[in-house]
Design a protein around this ligand. Structure first.
Ligand SMILES: Cc1cc2nc3c(=O)[nH]c(=O)nc-3n(C[C@H](O)[C@H](O)[C@H](O)COP(=O)(O)OP(=O)(O)OC[C@H]3O[C@@H](n4cnc5c(N)ncnc54)[C@H](O)[C@@H]3O)c2cc1C
Length: 325
């Protein structure tokens, strides 16, 4: 069996990332000649219907009051117990912090290998090969997993899952795990939205500023431009380190990875750790005084000039054009 760890989205349906995990689980299961089962936490809700559409006929529901906000250690322990009972060939989950942390605990508890951020999983007779992302996605690494159970987290955004026949029915097994309350664990205290409105991760346009903006006050013109083009403001780590912007605005390896239609990089050099956060933008406009800056040489378009001159001119031109319309 291939066991897929699945999660719900904000509406209670199967999350998009979990749908992709099930697609890979199905392909692996077909090659191995085994079935796919899913595991989730809490109430069944819409999951059985969503799983049926994905051709998955069995759902294991981990039910325990300590799993509600219990953090990854407890979920990992519950998952390890299920894996010990079911002995699947592989456990797959989305490469998202909550799932990855829980799978790391579970893999450690059952003594199995774990590969995170996989873009491909190739089963073999004994050892399995995986390709996984490293350094924020700029490197791809081939690795071999040796062990009777292989834990893999999958990077979202892989090839679309192939079409499948729906399962006639989904059997739901409610599993009440035995949890060791003396194990070290983190407990969720509160979860809150970072900001209201459009988020950095989903905005179609991001106007970001780096050291070249010069000060916290210098972002006013970026805010204005972002407002005019229906976008949000982002920044480099220099800006967060200097206290000019909150960390929630940071784009990059240790910030948010974004894929807007347009990324406007103002006074940002394009260091690797920043680039991995914005390299999936459809187009990039760099505004920089240095024609040799990596951001300029990689951008779709570049304006060589001072942000303090270029941005006010762009804002004035947009205002003038909308006044004339
Ligand atoms: C482990 C690790 C993780 C990191 N994670 C991140 C991350 O998530 N995000 C991130 O951004 N960085 C990250 N960094 C830092 C990264 O390496 C760079 O130091 C940072 O991105 C540089 O920010 P910057 O481009 O604003 O500044 P600089 O590299 O100093 O570049 C400033 C640019 O502005 C231009 N400029 C200067 N004045 C003007 C002006 N008046 N008008 C126009 N252009 C001007 C300059 O020509 C230059 O190209 C990380 C580093 C490490 C070690």
């Amino acid at each position: 069996m291939v066991l897929a760890v699945v999660e719900r989205d904000g509406r209670g349906s199967l999350s998009a990332a979990s749908g992709e995990v099930l697609g890979t689980a199905r392909e692996l299961a077909e090659r191995l000649g085994v079935a796919v089962a899913a595991v989730a936490v809490g109430e069944a809700g819409d999951l059985p219907d969503d799983l049926a559409k994905q051709g998955v006929g069995r759902l294991h529901l981990l039910a325990h009051e300590l799993l509600d906000g219990g953090g990854p250690a407890r979920l990992g322990e519950a998952l390890a117990g299920l894996v010990a009972t079911l002995a699947p060939a592989a456990v797959l989950g989305a490469d998202e912090p909550g799932v990855t942390d829980a799978m790391a605990w579970a893999a450690t508890m059952v003594g199995a290998p774990l590969a995170t951020a996989c873009t491909e999983v190739r089963p073999g007779d004994d050892a399995w090969e995986v390709t996984r992302e490293r350094s924020g996605g700029i490197l791809l690494e081939d690795a071999v997993l040796a062990g009777p159970v292989r834990f893999c987290t999958l990077r979202p955004g892989g090839p679309a899952p192939s079409e499948t026949a729906a399962a006639a029915e989904v059997t739901v097994d409610v599993v009440v795990p035995e949890l060791d309350t003396t194990l070290p664990h983190a407990t969720l205290v509160e979860r809150r939205e970072r900001s209201a409105g459009m988020s950095l991760a989903t905005a179609p346009v991001v106007v970001a500023g780096g050291r070249g903006v010069g000060s916290a006050g210098g972002y006013a013109v970026l805010e204005e431009l972002a407002g005019l083009v229906g976008g949000v403001v982002g920044c480099s780590r220099v800006a967060t380190n200097n206290g000019w912007r909150p960390h929630s605005d940071q784009v990059g390896l240790t910030g948010t990875r974004i894929s807007p239609d347009l990324y406007v990089a103002c006074g940002i050099s394009g260091a690797t750790q920043h680039w991995v956060g914005c390299m999936n933008a459809r187009s990039i406009l760099a505004v920089n005084t240095d024609p040799e800056a990596p951001m300029v040489t990689r951008a779709t378009w570049a304006v060589i000039g001072d942000v303090h001159t270029v941005l006010p001119a762009v804002v004035a031109e947009i205002r003038e054009r909308s006044r004339r319309r």
